[in-house]
Design a protein around this ligand. Sequence first.
Ligand code: SF4
Ligand code: SF4
Length: 438
Amino acid sequence: MRRVRAFFGGIHPNDNKQSTNSTPIKALPAPEVLAVPLLQHAGREAKPLVAKGDEVLKGQVIAEADGKISAPVHSPVSGKVTAIEPRPGAAGRSLTCIVIENDSQENWVEREPHPDPVQLDAQTIVKRIAEAGIVGMGGGGFPTAPKLAPPKGVIIDYLLLNGCECEPYLTADHRLMVEYADEIILGAKLMAKACGARKIIIGVEDNKPDAIAALREKAGAIEVVALSTRYPQGGEKQLIQALTGREVPSQGLPYQAGCVVQNVGTAWAVAKALRDGEPLIARVVTVTGSAIGEPQNFLVPIGTAFKDLIEAAGGFSQTPGKVVAGGPMMGGAQFSLDVPVTKVTSGVLAFGMEESKTPDSQPCIKCARCVDVCPANLLPLKLEAYGMNEQWDNAREYGALDCIECGCCTYICPSKRPLLHYIRFAKAEIVARERQSS
Ligand code: SF4
Ligand code: SF4
């Protein structure tokens, strides 16, 4: 049996996945109106190609990529553009959205399917992935095509697929692996060909035995590795360490360790794009939490409002104290239910009033538990103090930019200190100051 090396630090929160991990994915019909953001990815906002009053087809490009680190946006339905205007976004700031009235006709743009896309050459695969608007669907949203084209001379040994889904509550990737193993394996092969990887490994936490079995049945020469269930097992650097024993240098990128890491959802989207000719216009979203009536996983068109998702999941079962986009560890609290689903929305969680209370924080007792769990080997208590006291140079020197924002330190702290809040603050300030001076 393959011996798996563990990563440093981490925690074991209750995974709370039982309400949705064995429920099949349900395809949700598109709503009457969708708001499709121009920025659903890391990098530059896409540039609109349509105007108010234009008729659009399902799958039509409605905004083009603006440069290499950007991604085009496609219409999830056929219908009419009724506005291009700001709408609330999941990260708190508003996003410019193309608002489309759905005509319910499902009139597709002309598609270019391929019966055996693995026969395509690497360049064509990368080009089609870029054209389909595919971005990292695990949450990062980095455009997939540039990740598959590392700098000249770099040899990629491994394509690693991340099937950990280590955030509590989320089961979208879990269900995708159980129900769409064929597509995930095909997507992995296509991406490995695109980046020249010699070996493919899929890492899945061992709390998903049915997903591991489904993938292994289709995997052929691809290795499917069961990893211990420990948060944040799915962090890019942590996954590389666990699956290959290699380390990515401080502030470095996976290709510096000979690896490309992609999410299983991204592999699914790549297969759909190259085999079926369908751009990225829908994704699987987990809707769950103590305040949700009937928790489930939906295959949902991009641009669907959170309130439509919650209604489809039986509405609120109690007065919600907090609604979160993504998982509870890294996701952000929402102030509007009009926020649309984007390519990176993995979950919509709602919790009751009692669970949503923020505990009062107490002075640090120097117990070092935050240090013990930090997977980036940082001193979170120091970074918090530097962030709080606006000592940006010290925060930088102590590695604030290496923080992966996993939230383990905040979770474990017995004094309930808002460590991650101040570390994020410090990171944002350091990056802004460095941008200004460059
Ligand atoms: S875990 Fe909390 S109390 Fe303990 S050292 Fe870190 S910040 Fe201080
Ligand atoms: S300092 Fe950053 S990387 Fe370390 S535990 Fe806290 S949030 Fe995670």
